[in-house]
Design a protein around this ligand. Sequence first.
Ligand code: SF4
Ligand code: SF4
Length: 91
Amino acid sequence: MAVIINDTCINCGACIDECPVEAIVDEDDNPTGEEIYYVYEDKCVECVSHFDTPACAESCPTEGCIVWGEVKDGMTTLEARGDAGTPCIDE
Ligand code: SF4
Ligand code: SF4
């Protein structure tokens, strides 16, 4: 499915330009109304065919801020992904 930005996001902006498929929006465009960055799950491909690990999580300075979402049928998922809710990157 996709990765999720949680509420520890500090709106630093480091991730947004790293995404190869422009799946990330800033707090002003977050459709949930939360004042944090947001990943569109229908756009995120978990960086498959682009990078070995999620580029957004690699760039994020906030430990544990970007986590794996639930796997859903029909969505591109990274083979080496972790369980839903766990951080994409181990610090
Ligand atoms: S995992 Fe990759 S494709 Fe998904 S939001 Fe992060 S940078 Fe974009
Ligand atoms: S890099 Fe991390 S802390 Fe910064 S805006 Fe993106 S998700 Fe939020």
